[in-house]
Design a protein around this ligand. Sequence first.
Ligand code: ADP
Ligand code: MG
Length: 832
Amino acid sequence: MAFSIKNIFGDPNKKLLKKYEPIIDKVKVLEPSISSLSDDGLRAKTIEFRGRLAKGESLDSITPEAFAVVREASKRVLGQRHFDVQILGGAILNSGSIAEMRTGEGKTLVATLPAYLNGLTGKGVHVVTVNDYLSRRDAVWMGQIYNFLGLTTGVINHESSFIYDPSHVESKDTERDQLGSFKVVHEYLRPVTRHEAYAADITYGTNNEFGFDYLRDNLEYESGSLRQREFNYAVVDEIDSILIDEARTPLIISAPTTDSENLYQIFSAMVRDFVKDEDYTVDEKQRSIALTNKGIEKAEKKLGVDNIYTEKGIKYVHHLETAVKAKALYNINTEYVIKDNGVVIVDTFTGRLQPGRRWSEGLHQAIEAKEGVPVQKESRTYASITFQNYFRLYKKLSGMTGTASTSSEEFYKVYGLETITIPTNKTQQRVDHNDLIFQTEIGKYKAIARKVKELNKIGQPVLIGTVSIEKNEVLSDFLKAEGVPHQVLNAKNHEREGEIIAQAGKKGAVTIATNMAGRGVDIKLGGNPGSPTLYEEIKSIGGLFVLGTERHEARRIDNQLRGRSGRQGDPGATQFFVSLEDSLMRIFASDTIKNLMGKLNIAEDEAIENRIITRSLENAQSKIEGFNFDSRKHILEYDDILNHQRKTVYERRRYILIGTLDQVESKILEVIGDNAEMKKVMEDKITQLGKERFLIVARQLMLQAIDMFWVEHLEVMDYTRSSVNLRAYGQRDPLVEYKKEGLRLFKEMQIAINNQILNLLPHVGGGVITPEAVELKEVHEQAQVIGGGDGDKPAQNTATKKPEVGRNDPCPCGSGLKYKKCGMINAKEHRV
Ligand code: ADP
Ligand code: MG
């Protein structure tokens, strides 16, 4: 028997679970009385709970009863009674922790418990999903329960928002309940404004949309245009995917600037014939490159300069390095794909495309130049936030996933979230076989194809996970050679993706998918909709076989793949096929393993199965996990500084935007201070315009001044961030430097904002508009392009529209002045 530290101190997870277990009995005891209520009686409980909360009762004190009500409602509308472990999961989510529950344990249903309970407060609950499709699916599916109990359900999608509304459907839709785990029934979703969807008691949506809406709201100029309300409580589904994998790229709202250069093309062409290890070196572990002297000389010769550093400065060096990076470290169909003549990032963890997201610091442009697609213009950031800092806005945060425990340290340190593993409803039957190790990648593929053919002969369904889209295709060719019919899933369409995954448990199905494709969609043995006979048949031949073709950097991702098999006590098996040529092995496996393998002298498609090697792979994984955690922590340490500033600015902005006119007045007076001259100006203006009109104009003026300087500040902070790293040569801690410099710049910015307000105050409403005012107006208008509308605009981070008249172009009004100098900003011609 394995000896573990847990045996001495007791399993810490068990201890945590103990705290929550009493809820199970409390809910059970209530069941008979709740079950005896009529439908109307059950619905009336919602009103009763709301009344009790209003009188000061706590959420905790109504929890067991509310859970019992949800369980009963689910029994009536879905025919599903929450399992005890699901009740436990609900309590953990409600307490603001992470519930680790295996795939297929029914987390979608678990979320209804805390969502209903917290939804009773009327302050809003956000249920966060990994894609739009799942948010619609879950809202339509679970919306039945909420609706039955009198709570409203909203959906926030990329270009649309909805309210769950079954009003025009007479009878219960049984097909929907059967297919609920992957089909969306659109008839139940009524399009509404963003604002209405957020006003619902419970709102489903993706992390991207919630985050972007937050940023958009902070670019608004009318309080009536705001979308979101408070950040009360969030349940994040697949929380590891969202808070760890996706947390590496921040959300950015930006718009193209008017000036641009073709330096990207120049440098891309320049490095095309650069040779690895001659002109530059690559550090695969750090994912970084370094130019050699030879490489630098080559570039200088091509540019016709003697010293690129002194003659061309940091900008050219940066371009050069970025072009090499794009060439050496970023591969098509692995890190990105080309779609619609643009470069779209592929999340290497999840295999999902990330349209709208862009790599920063010119890397995206460098890759566009490399691929010969149009290089998007340099853009200006209007607002940005990391997911870490977005989700920290919530008063209470919770999450669920099948795979959290290997990252529990990160969840705890970054978000203060405890991870609690919940036992499965039925005993797990799945068998996880040891890894098979091959000498070469080709050998591995051959062996995989043979294995799949074998399984396919008896009809056992196989799900094959790969690390990239490219490998998907390679493997597909090997299977074709063996004559095995199969489906290839490329993460290009979630709906289609969900459908293919939902059928992956059918007899004889062979599905190749990137690791995370179809996350969130249940694989039922026998397919969907299935039948007891089909289900039993697949069970008798061993259930779903999951075949991993490469170990991933994080154990979490491997576990996620394994988790697709063996749901709800079903039989199943998993096995990883790895080769010494896999990148994880190449970079991290110790020489001992390589030597050992070399000495064994076996055929390339023959495997050895060795516990030591499997374990050493797992060690390598945990090393990389630590390394990735550190780099995310590092990003966060920098963002924390900006986050503090962002909060200060947004708070001030929001106060002015939604405050009463009296509050606006107090803010203006604060800026004026004891400046007697300005006090006089203000009095005059009030007499001239009337107090109300003056304050309305002053509000706009203040908002515009804040935005203009904040946007500039973001740029300067970006610059500061790269320059402190250069200064690190001086043995100073770059983070400390950044903090110091950031604080100084922030103070300067605040002063500048106030000065700007004072400068412009004398001109408001008088018909005289200064060049500065024109510039402000421009910021305003560009921000509107992205922030405007009712969320019907694409939610991507780059604005798709740009002003068609450049700031230095002649003004189309015919004044002969440059656009930015022309005073007739409100002329019709300006609104092209
Ligand atoms: P997870 O998100 O945990 O992987 P899902 O929420 O997709 O799991 O649910 C998996 C399947 O289990 C769904 O088909 C769902 O209808 C079913 N299910 C969940 N809870 C119950 C229950 N209490 N009783 C019966 N079926 C359930
Ligand atoms: Mg799920």
